[in-house]
Design a protein around this ligand. Sequence first.
Ligand code: PMP
Ligand code: GLN
Length: 385
Amino acid sequence: MPYYNHHIHSKLPKIGTTIFTTMSNLANDHGAINLSQGFPDFDVDERLKHLAIKYIKKGPHQYAPMQGALSLREAIYEKVNAMYNASYDVENEITITAGATQAIYTAISAIIKENDEVILFTPAYDCYEPAIEICGGKPVFFQLQAPDFAINWEKVKKLISPKTRMIIINSPHNPTGSVLTKKDFIALEKIISDTGIIVLSDEVYEHLVYDDHTPQSVVSYPKLVSSAIAVFSFGKTFHVTGWKLGYVLAPENLMHEFRKVHQFNVFSCNHPFQLAIAEYIKDEENYLKLSAFYNKKRKLFLEMVNASRFKAVPSKGTYFQLLNYEEISSLPDIEMAKKMTIENKLASIPISVFYHAKIDQKFLRFCFAKKDETLKKAGEILTQL
Ligand code: PMP
Ligand code: GLN
């Protein structure tokens, strides 16, 4: 198609195609086992499918309310209350979104103005930084260190300036699999106290925690809750990443600003599927069983890794496992991930892309939300390297 040269000054000059799209495409092109992009390769619960079909047949097929279907907001109220003892107002403090990506983008656009600073922990999930930059905000990076990727809050405190408007936390953490503990939330409470800083808390892997960890949410900390926008995703919780539905919890004043933007960038989300989830979520077993379900897969994957030359510190949360390949190759991680996809037929995600400074510590991220047979095939490849 011929085009006119508009001399566009790109708002995101350094941004290309996401690593998830890049690696999934490469995996497809080369027939590789795809442990790169985070999505399950097993089937969705038949009961959830039946509910979706029920509401497709019966309707509604027209716009959902802007803030989300009432039955779903009510069901979320119950879930959040039961899990975290937090009471969000159904009318004014809960909004259904088109997944967590839209929720995060909307929250950042609603709050961040030119020259506002936002503290980010790197390696960071890829959608935070561009959203900040598009609003003219300035990301301020705190670099997490292997092997535990824990946060030193005293050092974070030193990054806070009069321009700091927001801190973005993500626990369980993608891509490292680390989790924040009660101690972390209490330290965060202290450092933001009386600062007016807003905490954007990405909790899409809330149920996926292992060993002695329990789900921790910003919403259960009374001193944080009044300054927090918490983001969740049904895609992760119910194995339906393609449904693109999630939700946001925030106190009324923050939600009021959130919805000002939400109503113009999506208005409302898929109506019949909201009703299907509203019914499905009422059975708490549907999300409480997730941790045990994924823990089995994590163990199976780690057993195979232990028989290989890859090195792993077991993931504490999410459905991702970082592997260090220093003993196998000195290639940069992006090249290693591409080489393994093309030559060994196993796709993963290189971690340097999640660092602003593109730091390469020879880590690859593998998604274990896969059928056992897929994980076993991947294990065979890992042990041959
Ligand atoms: N945050 C994190 C940490 C993620 O891993 C993802 C990917 N699911 C998202 C947000 C986006 O979630 P969604 O697919 O619901 O947009
Ligand atoms: N959250 C998924 C992951 O980390 C990817 C989602 C996407 O491709 N945008 O792999």
